[in-house]
Design a protein around this ligand. Structure first.
Ligand SMILES: C[C@H](O)[C@H](O)[C@H]1CNC2=NC(N)=NC(=O)C2=N1
Length: 102
């Protein structure tokens, strides 16, 4: 799957939740706040499983209750459909986590 143009990335983001495009770093990212550190780690564990299934892996940063996920296709140095697909899967996991928290 090939590289997406900036226009294609921005169009794709409209179908995602809270993802932002970083044109300088050439990636998309989303930041999620959880109820605490363990909830943040639990989300990252679920993302890790989805990443293994997809054989596609986000860059992840945990700071206490806040998780930042960044996606780009390292081998292409670009954002691709694989990033968009994993972002959509991550959105599902975040939505399910938020539901469980209520
Ligand atoms: C061999 C394996 O398929 C590759 O190294 C995969 C693994 N996960 C990956 N993840 C991301 N984000 N970009 C890649 O180019 C990539 N390559």
């Amino acid at each position: 799957m090939g590289q997406l143009s900036e226009e294609q990335v921005l169009e794709g983001l409209e179908r995602l939740t809270d993802w932002e495009w970083d044109a300088e770093e050439v990636l998309i990212h989303r930041t999620v706040r959880l109820p605490g550190f363990l909830a943040a780690v639990a989300l990252v564990n679920e993302v890790a499983q989805a990443a293994e299934q997809a054989d596609h892996h986000p860059d992840i940063d945990i700071r206490y209750d806040t998780v930042r996920l960044a996606l780009s296709t390292h081998s292409e140095g670009a954002v691709t459909d694989r990033d968009m697909a994993l972002a959509a899967r991550i959105d599902e996991l975040v939505a399910a986590t938020a539901q469980n928290a209520h």
